[in-house]
Ligand binder design. Structure first.
Ligand SMILES: Cc1cc2nc3c(=O)[nH]c(=O)nc-3n(C[C@H](O)[C@H](O)[C@H](O)COP(=O)(O)OP(=O)(O)OC[C@H]3O[C@@H](n4cnc5c(N)ncnc54)[C@H](O)[C@@H]3O)c2cc1C
Length: 433
């Protein structure tokens, strides 16, 4: 990492106290730069939000939960912090009418899909690709699976999602996945402590509303009645916030405007997600699903579930991505809970009332309604690669961007993507000091 030349006179404001903002602050503050973090919520972590609630028998992850495959930045931070993590059991299976199986009905079709995807010359939205190459009736089930898979796992809207980017992601070996012992929040706590030790100041309930700037001078008008001044600013908010229209509650005004960067942000996809965490008095799925860690129910409103395996307990987590999430986002928690229980009842062949009576605790994490985030994570559209390049270029060496959506690599949309982006942003800022 380059070092700042005249750092004693330099100050940086970071808007957003998620993984990317904290990582940027951590790296910059090592160079004795005066760093101020503005976070609109009363907590740090953003989409990392471990819930420590006594009604559950253990901490539960309402946001990020897994360390996906190759995650060198995340793992090295956890090691530095002395925070342990454990490999998960990600064996997958499907359940229908109480019958569980590990088999994939259309492996042949899936292989064909991957073959066509890799040989595609000109990128196109996934919907156009599957209609063009897999439009025949015999592929109907494959089409529905691909749409659900892209919408569920990648939170991707297939009408805009990049076929080439999805190919890159789907063809990569995921590798071992992990959970952080005691919750992802421990990583946020570690970064917060380091930042404070290095002299960063952190302001909560402090939503940035207007950024007035010229080269090497920034004034930030915020909701916490302070005016913040700095030489540089890092915007580490979700890309969904940059996509907001003037007049909406999460809109940030730039003066003078930065149209090229805002247009780029609008060209990146951002998916919707609702997570349903249920703890039961008794485990009713283990006998049916053998050792599966991930359980799919193809035709249900809540189609993807996972256990905490290899940790043995009575918690099941349901995942509602993109289209299903959008259709439910305005519903109450009770309605979403009912739909989740109905999905379990249909698939396991158990009466809804019986599952309801067995319920000990629940949490509906409706990220579509979460202020200053409004969704899950980014996905690549056909325009994303160009858009990310634009966002990685600072505006006049004064306004910098950071966040999971800027990461160019795989897997995207992750904590690793956010931390890596934060580190890269710090490097870019340091080069200009
Ligand atoms: C339900 C869910 C499950 C997920 N599961 C996983 C997983 O298993 N593994 C994984 O690796 N990733 C997962 N992710 C993705 C991961 O959580 C994110 O990619 C990552 O945490 C994003 O970090 P970030 O710093 O880029 O953004 P954020 O965490 O969103 O941080 C941005 C911060 O900016 C703040 N902010 C917004 N506007 C303003 C403003 N005007 N002023 C001040 N502050 C503002 C927000 O409140 C927020 O705290 C999941 C995400 C969700 C929602």
């Amino acid at each position: 990492m380059p070092s700042a030349k005249n750092n004693h006179a330099q100050s940086v404001v970071i808007v957003g106290g998620g993984a990317a903002g904290l990582m940027t602050a951590f790296e910059l503050s090592k160079h004795k730069i005066a760093v101020t973090i503005l976070e609109s919520k009363q907590r740090l972590g953003g989409r990392i939000h471990t819930l420590y609630d006594d009604s559950f028998s253990q901490p539960v992850e309402t946001g990020a939960e897994f360390i996906h495959g190759h995650a060198p930045v995340t793992l090295s931070l956890l090691n530095e912090a002395g925070i342990s993590y454990h490999a998960i059991n990600d064996t997958m299976g499907r359940i229908e009418n109480g019958v569980f199986n590990y088999e994939n009905n259309f492996e042949g079709h899936w292989n064909l899909l991957m073959k066509e995807m890799v040989s595609l010359q000109q990128d196109m939205p996934l919907a156009v690709f599957i209609d063009t190459y897999f439009g025949e009736d015999k592929y109907a089930e494959l089409r529905s699976f691909v749409k659900n898979f892209a919408g569920g796992f990648d939170l991707a809207d297939i009408s805009t999602a990049s076929t080439k980017a999805l190919y890159r992601e789907w063809s990569e070996e995921m590798g071992t996945q992990y959970r952080v012992d005691g919750g992802y929040k421990r990583l946020i706590d570690f970064l917060e402590t380091k930042c404070r030790d290095n002299g960063c100041s952190i302001h909560f309930s402090c939503c940035a509303k207007k950024i007035s700037w010229h080269k090497n001078e920034v004034n930030v008008l915020s909701m916490c009645s302070h005016l913040f001044k700095a030489n540089k600013i890092v915007i580490a908010v979700p890309v969904s916030v940059l996509q907001a229209d003037a007049g909406s509650s999460d809109y940030i005004e730039f003066s003078p405007a930065i149209p090229q960067h805002i247009k780029a942000a609008k060209n990146i996809g951002f998916g919707a997600v609702i997570k349903v965490i249920l703890e039961f008095h008794e485990n009713f799925w283990k006998a049916n699903t053998k050792d599966a860690g991930m359980i799919f129910m193809q035709h249900e409103v809540v189609p993807t579930w996972w256990t905490q395996s290899p940790v043995e307990n009575n918690i099941l987590t349901g995942w509602i991505g993109n289209e299903h999430a959008k259709s439910l986002q305005g519903e109450t928690d009770e309605v979403i809970l009912y739909k989740a229980i109905q999905s379990l009842a249909n698939s396991f062949g158990i009466p809804t009332e019986k599952i309801h009576k067995n319920l000990k605790a629940y949490k509906i994490a409706n990220w579509c309604k979460e202020p200053d985030i409004y969704g899950g994570y980014s996905f690549s559209t056909v325009e994303s690669a160009t858009a990310k390049n634009v966002l990685r270029q600072p505006v006049n060496d004064t306004i910098f961007f950071s966040g999971e959506a800027l990461f160019e690599g795989s897997p995207g949309g992750t904590v690793e993507a956010a931390l890596s982006s934060g580190r890269k942003t710090a490097e870019a800022v340091l080069k200009t000091l």
